[in-house]
Design a protein around this ligand. Structure first.
Ligand code: AMP
Ligand code: MG
Length: 403
């Protein structure tokens, strides 16, 4: 049985080697948050475009601004002012943050380190050449490539594009992810379930996870535990870029997802992973499309999506597979788990005085959505550990939607 790292790498390898170029569309910088860039963005000029003052204060010749000296202030420069004249020897100019430093000046002394009487300015300390000035072109030169294809557009990347006037960005189309739940017991979320039926919560969590991963969910509803119904809906799902099924991959008599996929020509790369929850997770390629059969227990579905489906969406969306958001934390209470499988336990991490501390939450197993709704992470218990003591350092997989 593969470890979760091996299974994840398998997904990255297989999806990576088959993906073609992603389709792209032009998107306004206002609407491009979270999309993957499909073009280069270059600067339209140098940045900063002029020697920029980073403080409110006085532009000076550094060797003239010393504790004993006083300089005559001969004017002021506001942010946005056109600066033509150079600074005459023996003088200073009052200058604001974001304004252009005049030629002749090589330092800005912050106002807090000066005192002024009329036109005369005194300095508390000796100025250093270059202080409080960001030189022209020091952030980027003209026509420099500052954003490249494959980068994900977060707020800083969008601001950078806006700064250089790239108001329309060519972005990769979001991969379309078909979501198909299975199970005779599953009813629509707006139906009243019979006493032994359950609502289709997995399609809702999967659609949310697809969005967070950068994909576009295409919710296909639910297939009955019958090979014909499954086959029909799988065929529909294979029209999208990825197909994700929930349920029907365990050892039960009515777990028919693998057989239905096989009948459609699927090749499987794994059908079990050494994890709990989520052990029966299935990954294969079917008619050129990645297909995932995730176990139907809601928390299993969520965990296996994060581990295995999210990297496939990254790759199909024109990006690199992002690393799992794993961090280290101090275990607050000792715990015991069966060895042999890597456990992902719903847990809560708190930051106490800068130290991350994590505690596993009480839960009833992989059907317990309420426990996960209280969690902000999964505590990762390695397969070779049976007991971990309080105070030990453990790995934590962040729930990136709430942390
Ligand atoms: P399965 O993987 O099909 O054996 O299902 C495992 C458990 O998950 C069962 O208790 C199912 O009722 C439950 N389950 C399956 N599909 C869904 C779904 N779409 N939404 C919520 N729970 C589900
Ligand atoms: Mg089922």
């Amino acid at each position: 049985m593969l470890t979760y790292e091996q299974a994840r790498n398998k997904v990255i390898e297989e999806v990576g080697k088959r993906r073609g170029p992603s389709a792209t569309t032009a998107v306004s910088v206002w609407d491009a948050l979270g999309l993957v860039l499909a073009q280069q963005v270059k600067t339209d000029r140098e940045y900063p475009p002029f020697d920029r003052s980073t403080r409110d204060g006085y532009a000076v010749r550094s060797k003239e601004a010393a504790p004993a000296a006083q300089l005559k202030c001969v004017g002021e420069i506001k942010a946005g002012d056109t600066v033509r004249e150079s600074l005459a020897a023996g003088t200073c100019l009052q200058i604001m943050t974001g304004a252009a430093v005049p030629s002749g000046a090589d330092a800005v002394v912050m106002i807090e380190q000066t005192s002024r009487e009329g036109d005369l300015v005194r300095f508390e300390r000796t100025a250093q050449p270059g202080q409080n000035i960001v030189p022209r072109g020091s952030e980027a030169f003209a026509a420099q490539t500052i954003l490249t294809p494959g980068m994900r557009l977060g707020y800083a990347e969008l601001a950078l594009a806006a700064q250089v006037g790239a108001v329309q960005l060519e972005c990769a189309r979001r991969p379309r992810v078909a979501i198909l739940s299975t199970g005779d017991e599953v009813v629509l979320i707006d139906e009243t379930p019979g006493p032994f039926q359950i609502r289709n919560s997995n399609s809702v969590s999967l659609a949310a996870q697809v969005r967070i991963a950068g994909g576009e969910p295409v919710v296909l509803g639910n297939a009955a535990d019958r090979i014909e119904d499954l086959g029909e809906k799988v065929e529909r799902g294979l029209k999208e870029d990825v197909l994700v099924l929930s349920g029907g991959v365990s050892m039960g008599k009515y777990d028919l997802v693998e057989s239905a996929l096989k009948a459609m020509g699927a090749e499987f790369f794994f059908d079990a992973v050494a994890i709990r929850p989520g052990k029966p997770a299935v990954f294969g390629m079917c008619q050129g499309k990645p297909v995932f059969g995730l176990p139907g227990n809601p928390v299993s579905t969520m965990v296996t999506f994060e581990l295995f489906v999210a990297p496939a969406i990254d790759l199909l969306g024109g990006a690199q597979a992002r690393a799992l958001p794993l961090v280290e934390a101090r275990l607050a209470e000792a715990l015991k788990e069966k060895s042999g499988l890597t456990h992902f336990l719903p847990a809560r991490m708190e930051w106490r005085g800068g130290v991350a501390e994590v505690k596993a939450l009480k839960w009833q197993g992989s059907g317990d959505i309420a426990a996960l709704a209280k969690a902000n992470c999964f505590l990762v218990v390695p397969a070779d550990r049976e007991k971990i003591e309080a105070g030990e350092s453990v790995s934590v997989l962040l729930r990136k939607d709430v942390v």
